[in-house]
Design a protein around this ligand. Sequence first.
Ligand code: UDP
Length: 502
Amino acid sequence: MDEDTKSTKKPQFPAHPLLCSLKPPSVGALFMDPKPPSPTPHVLIFPCPAQGHVNSMLKLTELLLTGGLHITFFISAKDHHRLTRYTTAHSHFNTNPGFRFHVIHGLYEGPMDTGEKLTIILDSLSKVTTPLLRNMLLDSPVACLIADGILGFTLDAAEGTGVPVFFFRTISACAFWAYFCIPDLITSGDLPFHGTDLDKQIVGVKGMEGFLRLRDLPSFCRSDVNDEMLQRIASITRRTQDSHALILNTFDELEGPILSEIRKYCPNIYTIGPLHAHLKSRSTSKSTSSNNLFEEDKTCIGWLDQQAPKSVLYVSFGSITTITREQLIEFWHGLVNSGKRFLWVIREDLLLDHGDDNKVPSELKDVTRERGYIVGWAPQEDVLAHPAVGGFLTHNGWNSTLESIVEGVPMVSWPFFADQQTNSRYVDVVWKLGLDMKDTCDRTIIVRMIKEVMDVKNEEFTKSTHRMAKLAKECVSKDGSSYSNLDRLIEDIKTMNVRSPL
Ligand code: UDP
């Protein structure tokens, strides 16, 4: 496949060679385009190369395309290859003449399930793309850059170019706010964390007094205060104040009080989520694409079709989480002992130690054949929308959390890292959409929580999950809060002064 993944249709915006590919421009290309700039605003979108980030920023892209903007989407070679292989994203996006992928080579491509590995990917991104990005911003009539808010170096790359940088954070407002408050927690002495009492109450995060414990802070807060990832995420989050505006995949009715706190520091916020529901609400196209970087096993939908309404627990820990074999067995016992039917996503790289499969007791495998179904990757949005699904055992990645909220599915939360620790606390005590099981992996607790969510307290949970699902759907319908905010974002981009290339 050609790296410049444009369709055969001629783009309607000026094509700086760097916007097309990293290949050196041909002589023809250098002399090709003396036309005046197109009046259609051209936006660069730059996600961190990870499933949850690429997924939500592609959804943002589609929404901006429906508003008539032109988009160049930065994507790592690895993610581009996976999207092309496992989805129809390529043909789906390329039907729009105002869209192109810009493929980035030479990045670190290993796993990112720890803070250390995340710092490696961030360093690699900064090194490879800063000069490239700067040249683009200087040489092309770009209306604005919408960068993943954890890519702080994009602000440096844009410095002095006159191109506004919007930060898009793929996390919840509550997790963003917890990150934002880290410097204050260090000043107040709440961090670094000494001792073993993870239940200690934290009062330094405004709006979360009374229910936030140390264990609910983003996982990086459990490290030494000099830990590189902790320092980096805290300072990048503070740098949001230097960006033009902040775009969040959330909605006012879900996170209003915390959004008010954030607005005191970052007044220009666009809350336009849940993006996947927003896209469905606006889309007029019959063509859709999953944006998945893993191969979906759609046979699980056929299996769900045979199950009774609300009888199945869906189990998935997203794209990054890793677990030990011991934890796998504990979950497996919990699922089997709960007596529930279950659909379980076991990614090929979920397990940290690829030991002997014979260690899985045969009775677990037998029961799984009777009442369970295991896939390597599921079409999750369709699964959560399926009438047979009555509960979700989740790591509370933000996309998964929003997808569950929109479908009104109650959750049992087992956060793995980063923002997920804060999300799961909100799911439990603030939104009352499920139970937080963080920091334990014990079969008896797993059984108890599954039964509470799907049986014992199901009526209670159904009330709150249905209420929130209704609010989520309303906010992305015409005149809803997220709907109006997206209109405002598109209008604001359209009225931006695009300066001529320097
Ligand atoms: N997902 C999926 N199938 C799976 C597991 C996950 O389609 O089997 C999707 C899910 O719908 C979500 C994304 O992958 O949109 C995971 O993002 P999230 O923010 O929940 O977690 P992360 O992978 O970043 O930890």
